[in-house]
Write a protein of this length. Structure first.
Length: 295
């Protein structure tokens, strides 16, 4: 049985940990509110921009040539993985890493065996995980969450589009967590490049739309295509940021509850140990007194 001093030290340690987890939960809750507001404001714009691009493309009479639409034989693959910079957020990062590995094994196993799968890491945890696994990792934008602004995410999207246009990659996929609520995050593995026309949208919308383009169709689509990709990546980063704070808030809440349960158990052990020590001392005193009487 542990001594009273050891149990007291454990109680002090768990109590300190509980105070830390409570503080981290409050910080995560405050950050979540801001992150949730940002993503709720971004979603309608991103969805409308995507619809606009689909309907304009469907209603156009000619196909606008763009290097971002080039469909090539898949040899070199880039996967954009959005994780967090810090841990203590439950299975948030682990689930993204598992989903990415599953995507590679199921879809790009041949390319991976040749060493032609590269990771574009947004967030330090993902970069560290895939470096340990021996993947080629682009770490130029791992710190986006420390400077989370559209202009910085735009630079990352422009770099990805530039590399794809120059033929460095044949396909680009995006893996991230979509925020649903505090306790739920939905993992998405979405194609990013090349841009593939939505045949369903074309079949349904094409007869119904008749656009007048100003200045002209080519310039408008040439502007819309890169902008929609930048917004798509920015939305993924905002979704992941809100998901991270929700996951951390949930994890810290659970940790606080666990610490409370552990404190109850330790205090019970402490009281029993103290009672046993007092009983032992009383028995020793009584035994000593009896010995003196017999002397």
């Amino acid at each position: 049985m542990a001594s009273l001093k050891e149990v007291r030290n454990r109680i002090v340690s768990v109590n300190s940990t509980q105070q830390i987890t409570k503080a981290m939960k409050m910080v995560a809750a405050a950050k979540l509110r801001r992150a949730q507001d940002n993503i709720l404001q971004m979603r309608p714009y991103a969805q409308k921009l995507g619809q606009m691009l689909s309907t304009v493309s469907a209603g156009s009479e000619s196909s606008v040539d763009s290097p971002l639409k080039d469909v090539r034989a898949i040899d070199k693959v880039l996967i954009v993985v959005v994780t967090s910079d810090r841990g203590l957020c439950g299975a948030f990062n682990t689930n993204i890493i598992k989903a990415t590995l599953q995507l590679i094994n199921e879809k790009y196993s041949v390319q991976a065996s040749r060493g032609n799968v590269e990771i574009f890491a947004i967030g330090k945890k993902g970069a560290e995980a895939f470096v340990r696994r021996g993947f080629k990792v682009n770490t130029g934008y791992t710190d986006l969450f420390t400077r989370l602004k559209f202009v910085n995410v735009k630079e990352a999207a422009e770099q990805i589009m530039k590399d794809f246009s120059e033929g460095r990659y044949d396909v680009v996929d995006l893996v991230f967590n979509e925020f649903k609520n505090v306790a739920t995050q939905i993992i998405h593995t979405d194609p990013f490049l090349p841009i593939v026309a939505d045949t369903t949208t074309q079949q349904v919308k094409a007869p119904e739309v008749n656009y007048i383009f100003e200045p002209n169709e080519e310039e408008i689509l040439a502007e819309l295509i890169p902008k929609s990709l930048k917004i798509k990546l920015y939305r993924a980063v905002l979704e992941s940021n809100a998901s991270e704070q929700g996951a951390r808030m949930t994890a810290m809440d659970k940790a606080t509850e666990n610490a409370q349960e552990l404190l109850k158990a330790l205090k019970l052990v402490y009281n029993r140990t103290r009672q046993a020590a007092i009983t032992t001392e009383i028995l020793e005193i009584v035994g000593g007194a009896e010995a003196l009487k017999s002397a």
